[in-house]
Design a protein around this ligand. Sequence first.
Ligand SMILES: [Ca+2]
Ligand SMILES: [Ca+2]
Ligand SMILES: [Ca+2]
Ligand SMILES: [Ca+2]
Length: 251
Amino acid sequence: MEIKINIKKRYFQILLIVFLIGIFSFYVTGYHAGSFDPNAPNHELLQIIDQNGVSIDQDEDGVIDKANNAGNIFIRWGRTTCPMNTELIYDGLVAGGHYQHSGGGSNTLCLSKNPTWLNYDDGSQNGNLLYGTEYQTNPSFGLEVFNSLYDFDAPCAVCLVEAPFFMHPGSKECPSGWTVLYEGYLMSEHFTYQKSETVCVDKEAESIAGSGTNSNGNLWYPTEAECGSLPCSSEGYVQDREITCSVCVKN
Ligand SMILES: [Ca+2]
Ligand SMILES: [Ca+2]
Ligand SMILES: [Ca+2]
Ligand SMILES: [Ca+2]
């Protein structure tokens, strides 16, 4: 009789141990599986930047939101440093298409100063062509403060900011609730040349050392208001006056 009771007791002890091992295993493996839950908020996703330079935000539920215009990366054209309360990612060279070429890319790039390569062929195949950007700011194009930059090439800075931002064309000031990151002048290609991008160039623009040779690749000119199509008045735009801009960040 006593032997039977001991066998039953041992049987329950074994069952209990198996049960405890099972619970332990479930927690260990379940914990690791949970860390790969694709729907869980993942801080690594908070600052992903897509191919167009638009940041992909993520709300508290982990839902990715790409459409709120809350890009966290902006380019400070004409400078190598970033404004206060923003972080320099890298400084580079401004580059774009040739002023006489009707094809090629139309956007302006903040190009790396330190290129690295994948596959290449050093023969000239002349597909898309990329040129450095020169301040074409001789005195005949106004904007006296930029005259000393004439024929020099422009740098740029790619900056990280933690709030939504936008470029405000036409004003060196920002709307209420927004703070100026930098102010400057709208610049782009000459109106008789081929199209390029209009960007906001810092009012205290710098040049790349030793770049004063006249190369005329991609060119920056100041931008003038043309009344009639634009409304002009004593409080508004003025015929032939150089248009300003600012980059604004949400308070
Ligand atoms: Ca070539
Ligand atoms: Ca030039
Ligand atoms: Ca030059
Ligand atoms: Ca003018």
